[in-house]
Design a protein around this ligand. Structure first.
Ligand code: UFG
Length: 324
């Protein structure tokens, strides 16, 4: 397949890109490098461009034939989306609309889209299925849900088949340690714990946000999913689209939840170091528990998470050590 990987220099996009190339697909990347990294391309061809720039999109689609577009470009910080909603609606919604219109103009009609658990809002069920009510709590979640709606409408109008993959907590790194998570600022749990365990300049203080949640140990529970498991879901999703026209949505998680304290203990075990931590107040907008049902993805795509929490942390630890 000829695949355009939008956002292929970012954390999730670069792992999927490596996976696609290893499977023999021909990939071209579009990235504006606002948060992506040149090294994460591992030599893949790339156009430095922004999805907000319609003329640049036109040029990329005119230069090469694409069978499928995978779309990872997005602003994705919940707190930032609350203080700067325009950034989120412009990039995530208007940018995606540009991309869809360019695809249509150039006769490209298959899209794999990165959605998120943030579209659900406050969970009303222990295990979140695709049918769970969608009531986002912040502009980030709203922007992703708006795109899901656009994809439904474009499919109904005919001509665009899509699959929206709703990631729960993406984590871990390339087992060969060529790729991994590098965000600035880093807000995610596992890298923040591991960064606190490193020696030298990269060492950071680790805080647990909230100890009074209605969970067994009082800290938030999340469903951590390895980026390579997300990558395999993208390949299966792409194949599924060729057999099943229309707009589809799948939750991607492991159906297992771990608390912040459990994740911290697993990090201590794997690194052989003790985390120096402090409890802090709750982080605004954090639901107590978010765990995905992976039943639909299993039934329809034949997909399930393969990496354990230990493997997620091991790969991330190897990656962070290789950087320090
Ligand atoms: N946490 C800490 N300390 C930290 C970082 C995180 O205690 O330094 C806690 C958070 O409060 C939360 C849990 O660890 O309880 C997980 O936090 P992350 O920031 O790693 O992940 P989130 O669950 O907040 O975010 C994920 C995705 C977002 C998505 C969101 C949906 O990364 O893109 O789920 O709710 F929007």
């Amino acid at each position: 397949m000829n695949i355009l990987v939008c956002g292929g220099a970012g954390y999730i996009g670069s792992h999927v890109l490596k996976h696609l190339r290893a499977k023999g697909h021909s990939c071209h990347v579009l990235d504006n490098f606002s948060s992506g990294h040149e090294w994460a391309l591992l030599g893949a061809s790339c156009s430095k461009a922004d999805i907000l720039d319609q003329a640049a999109l036109d040029k990329i689609f005119s230069a090469r034939p694409f069978d499928v577009v995978m779309h990872f470009c997005a602003r994705s910080l919940v707190a930032e989306s609350v203080t700067d909603p325009a950034l989120y609606y412009r990039n995530n919604v208007s940018g995606t609309l540009n991309l869809l219109e360019t695809m249509q103009k150039h006769g490209v009609n298959k899209l794999v889209f990165s959605s998120t658990a943030a579209i659900f809002g406050e969970p009303q069920e222990e295990i979140i299925s695709e049918a769970h009510p969608r009531q986002p709590l912040n502009p980030y979640g709203h922007s992703k849900l708006m795109v899901e709606q656009m994809l439904q409408d474009f499919a109904e109008a005919g001509g665009l088949d899509s699959i929206a993959l709703r990631y729960f907590n993406a984590a871990g790194a390339d087992p060969e340690a060529e790729l991994g998570e590098v965000h600035e600022p880093e807000t995610h749990l596992i890298p923040n714990i591991l960064l606190s365990l490193l020696d030298g300049e990269s060492r950071r203080e680790f805080k647990i946000f909230g100890k009074d949640y209605p969970t067994p140990d009082g800290t938030c529970v999340r469903d951590y999913i390895h980026v390579n498991d997300l990558a395999s879901a993208h390949v299966l999703g792409m194949e599924y689209l060729f057999e099943h026209p229309g707009a589809h949505v799948f939750n991607l998680g492991s159906q297992r939840g771990y608390s912040v304290l459990e994740v911290m203990q697993a990090c201590e075990q794997i690194s052989g170091k003790k985390v120096n931590y402090q409890f802090a107040g709750r982080r605004p907008g954090d639901p107590a528990r978010l765990v995905a049902s992976s039943l639909l993805a299993q039934q329809e795509l034949g997909w399930q998470a393969e990496y354990s929490l230990e493997q997620i942390i091991e790969t991330a630890w190897n990656w962070h050590q290789s950087l320090s």
